[in-house]
Design a protein around this ligand. Structure first.
Ligand code: HEC
Ligand code: HEC
Length: 350
């Protein structure tokens, strides 16, 4: 290198040539993907997702968003991810107890929110998937959701010049692979962070105040609910049986994955962020209001061998709650709504 460069330094014309080369080089840099780091909320536990294997870029995020809202991922090009995960309802499927997919087919479980997924150790109500990058294969190939196959999706995407260009911008190669497609979807979903509710501003001392009811509700919550709905994610990333009576579907939850009888009827603790915006509730959407949820906890619980011991403290199933306490708890749960997240244009279909 030095052997070549030194004599060049004496030649002004060549120095100019060099400068042009450097500019060209810089130009190249500006078209390479632009980093879009995750903003870590101060009140969250450490991130779980390994960003080093899939660094988020603006181009990757925008591609992931386009894929998320594109029905091309389904067999008849009618159902997008966004069809069942609607932003204004914290990316749940508003108005549906269980998911409603291709050809009007219905599933057996309620669409969970898409938010703060980078902090989760497993996905789905039964934790059947533990890597976010593998998660979208399930809905794409599920006959009652999108009814498509991965090879077909890739063929359709590869046939689109627009998509090939977007993949090239995001990943430096216009060949569309399942790996890059799944990474792009993860990049979009990882940026779906909900951490600016009134609750967050209150606990981070950002000038937010709580009413007396909200403060009392928070105290009751900390005593009676936060062992499972724990940390500021409002989930312990673990599985519990919270005493729902099995229905005719007889969804055995975590047992389906582990086949361990001790896991019978256990489901992943859902986060309660934006919970006022995500009815109906529970894995099968059986409860329509927060009042009904609290009635379940106080008096509707079924005993069974795997009922969580925390929910059977005095020998009788249930968490004792007075009517006034229920009102206060509901006031508190409403402070978890994050309007900024629910309306963030960056996360909407463009
Ligand atoms: C037909 C409705 C439907 C479609 C379409 C759909 N989903 Fe889902 N999604 C669901 C349901 C229902 C669950 C819960 C399934 C379960 O727990 O067994 C779920 C779960 C998830 C989860 C796990 C969330 C958590 O906290 O565990 C993620 C992430 C997700 N979907 C992303 C996607 C992506 C990405 C797409 C598009 C490729 C997609 N979904 C398409 C209904 C749908
Ligand atoms: C022993 C652990 C545990 C405790 C304690 C607990 N929960 Fe839950 N909660 C769960 C699990 C697990 C689910 C999901 C159950 C299912 O769908 O099968 C759930 C579901 C919910 C839901 C429905 C959320 C949704 O998106 O569908 C709400 C609301 C809720 N709990 C509120 C509370 C409140 C309020 C308290 C305190 C009074 C409480 N929970 C105490 C484990 C717990």
């Amino acid at each position: 290198m030095t052997r070549i460069i030194k004599p060049l330094l004496k030649n002004a014309a060549l120095i100019a040539g060099c400068a042009i080369l450097i500019t060209a080089c810089n130009k190249n840099d500006s078209t390479s993907p632009k980093a879009m780091p995750l903003v870590m909320p101060a009140n969250f536990p450490p991130l779980v997702y390994d960003l080093s294997a899939n660094p988020i870029t603006e181009e990757g995020f925008m591609l992931g968003r386009k894929l998320f809202y594109d029905p091309i991922l389904s067999a008849d090009n009618t159902i997008s991810c966004g069809f069942c995960h609607i932003q204004g309802s914290a990316f749940t499927q508003h108005g549906h107890k269980v998911s409603h997919g291709i050809n009007d087919k219905v599933g057996v479980r309620n669409s969970p929110p898409i938010m703060n997924l980078g902090w989760y150790t497993s996905f789905f109500w039964d934790g059947g998937v533990f890597n976010l990058d593998l998660q979208p294969i399930a809905p794409i190939e599920n006959p009652v959701e999108m009814g498509e196959t991965m090879p077909n999706v890739l063929a359709k995407l590869n046939a689109s010049a627009a998509y090939r260009q977007l993949f090239s911008k995001a990943f430096g190669s216009s060949e569309i692979t399942s790996g890059n497609m799944l990474k792009a979807l993860s990049q979009f979903m990882l940026q779906c962070i909900s951490a600016n509710s009134r609750y967050d501003k209150y606990v981070r001392n950002e000038g937010e105040t709580f009413t007396e009811d909200e403060k009392a509700g928070m105290q009751i919550f900390q005593q009676k609910c936060s062992s499972c709905h724990s940390t500021d994610l409002f989930t312990d990333n673990d599985f519990h049986n919270n005493g729902l009576v099995p229905t005719i579907v007889n969804d055995s939850g975590r047992f389906k994955i582990t086949l361990n009888p001790a896991d019978m009827y256990k489901f992943k603790t859902p986060s309660l962020r934006n919970v006022a915006n995500t009815p109906p509730y529970m894995h099968d959407g059986r409860l329509f209001t927060l009042e009904a949820v609290l009635d379940h906890y106080s008096s509707g619980m079924a005993d069974s061998p795997t009922l969580d011991p925390l929910l059977k403290q005095n020998g009788t199933p249930g968490i004792p709650l007075l009517p006034a306490e229920k009102t206060q708890l509901i006031a508190f749960l409403h402070t978890l709504s994050d309007e900024q997240f629910l309306r963030d244009k960056k996360l909407s279909e463009q």
